[in-house]
Design a protein around this ligand. Structure first.
Ligand code: A3P
Ligand code: MG
Length: 427
């Protein structure tokens, strides 16, 4: 039987405040990445200021954490494809493979600046789950009722951020979280200010970003076995996405994300999917270790969707394409193991499991006031990650929920049509 949102609060202590704050962070030293540990009192604390500031700061785990590991490892189930879909140039979602691209070797020495002036750039937008939810509704009937009870639905980018957090030293992030009928929904929180900042790239950054897309165009064609060359002007509205189901520890995940192309043909498995990446040519030891650090993100981005191959185009700072190297996703951790500044994926999976357990525990103790419950006001949580510190979570007040909804027809961040469908399916 599905647990409803009200089932989830039934056995929880009611706290007469709209705000709840609790916090956890990576342990400074540990040999057991799966164990859950909480800093301070396990009871959620009530906070009146409503500021999403962490209660205290926790030391980030030293890199030596990965050595001498023992104890049970967190398992990650091989992702199974559920469906695919395409966004067209008008950003309309179609449940077909019209945006699927086929891999071709790029021309040697290609100029990645080619076509820059004609780039149709997708406007920056909030990280809405709408497309993924549409996809999930189409396939959900094939699963037993309550299949995603205790599970998580999120875009692949969000899961990559979560899993790579133990090694993230610079960039913090923020998530909005809702729990509906026992399922957790995670979206990246992008404030209006952040949206403007993302749109306002310096000319240098904009060009660097274009090199990656231009590489995709040089490496792909609309048909298999096409001749190498320019694959068409870049329109970043157009995307082909794969939705998979998998499991991290005991938590089921439904994840969607863009896949750059297939090698040969699309099959019912993920076996032919290819991720394309660019990186600066490696000239010395320092470059090499920088690249190996980047491989952490390359690895998880592909691993989460079960993409088995990553093709990297090495380029000059001015965008001239040099060598191409293909990596087997599953071999990457072995390549970096034991190197200076290396990373260990089991640390990330262990952290990921602890993170999800922490978020579940916080949100399932929904402490809305009785009045808010009667009004059926949406309950939205904010998770903040600070590099080298850890993670904190608060329940958002009405104003912050309004900011999340951003004037569109939503219940919290979920599209109204999805929310109504969920109400209908409550048991
Ligand atoms: P590279 O990562 O190959 O340089 P993805 O590989 O994740 O599908 O992304 C495709 C390209 O989008 C990237 O290619 C990069 O050029 C650009 N891109 C991705 N994330 C970005 C970001 N946060 N800021 C700027 N550009 C980004
Ligand atoms: Mg790519």
């Amino acid at each position: 039987m599905k647990r409803t949102a009200s089932d989830l609060d039934a056995d929880e202590t009611r706290v007469p405040s709209k705000r709840l704050k609790t916090e956890f962070g990576p342990r400074p030293v540990s040999n057991e990445p799966v164990e859950i540990e909480r800093e301070g009192s396990p009871a959620p604390q009530v906070e009146d200021t409503g500021k999403p500031s962490p209660k205290s700061e926790l030391a980030y785990p030293p890199k030596s954490l990965s050595s001498g590991r023992s104890g049970p490892l967190v398992t990650f189930q091989q992702p199974s494809p559920l469906t695919t879909f395409s966004y067209d140039s008008k950003r309309e979602l179609r449940f077909d493979d019209s945006a699927l691209r086929y891999y071709v070797d790029p021309p040697h020495g290609a100029d990645l600046r080619y076509g820059y002036e004609r780039w149709v750039k997708r406007p920056e937008e909030k990280g809405r789950l709408d497309g993924l939810l549409k996809a999930w509704l189409r396939v959900r009937d094939g699963f037993p009722e309550g299949f995603m009870n205790g599970g998580v639905i999120a875009w692949r980018g969000v899961m990559t951020r979560i899993l790579t957090a133990p090694y993230e030293e610079r960039e913090g992030w923020h998530l909005n979280v809702m729990c509906v009928n026992g399922t957790l929904y995670l979206e990246e929180h992008v404030s209006d200010a952040k949206l403007l900042e993302k749109e306002d790239l310096t000319p240098h950054h904009r060009l660097q970003s274009y090199y990656g897309y231009s590489f995709e165009s040089f490496c792909t064609a609309g048909t298999p076995h096409a001749k190498p060359g320019w694959g068409g002007d870049v329109d970043t509205n157009v995307q082909w996405c794969s939705v998979v189901r998998t499991k991290l520890g005991n938590t089921r995940l439904v994840i969607g994300g863009e896949v750059d192309c297939v090698r040969g043909k699309l099959t019912k498995t993920n076996d032919t999917l290819v991720e394309l990446k660019t990186s600066l040519t490696i000239r010395n030891q320092l470059d090499e270790s920088r690249f190996e650090k980047k491989l952490l993100k390359f690895y998880f981005q592909s691993f989460l969707l079960g993409v088995p191959e990553i093709v990297v185009g090495f380029r000059s700072p001015a965008g001239k394409l040099g060598t191409i190297q293909s990596f087997q996703t599953m071999q990457i951790p072995r390549m970096v193991r034991g190197k200076p500044g290396s990373w260990d994926p089991s640390i990330c999976l262990g952290w990921g499991e602890r993170f999800l357990a922490f978020v579940k525990e916080a949100v399932q103790g929904d402490v809305r006031s009785a009045a808010a419950k009667e009004e059926e006001a949406p309950v939205v949580w904010r998770v903040d990650f600070k590099p080298r510190v850890g993670v904190s979570i608060i329940q958002l007040g009405p104003e912050a929920v309004e900011e999340v909804q951003a004037g569109s027809d939503r219940y919290g961040f979920l599209p109204r049509w999805y929310w109504e469908e969920q109400l209908h399916n409550q048991v």
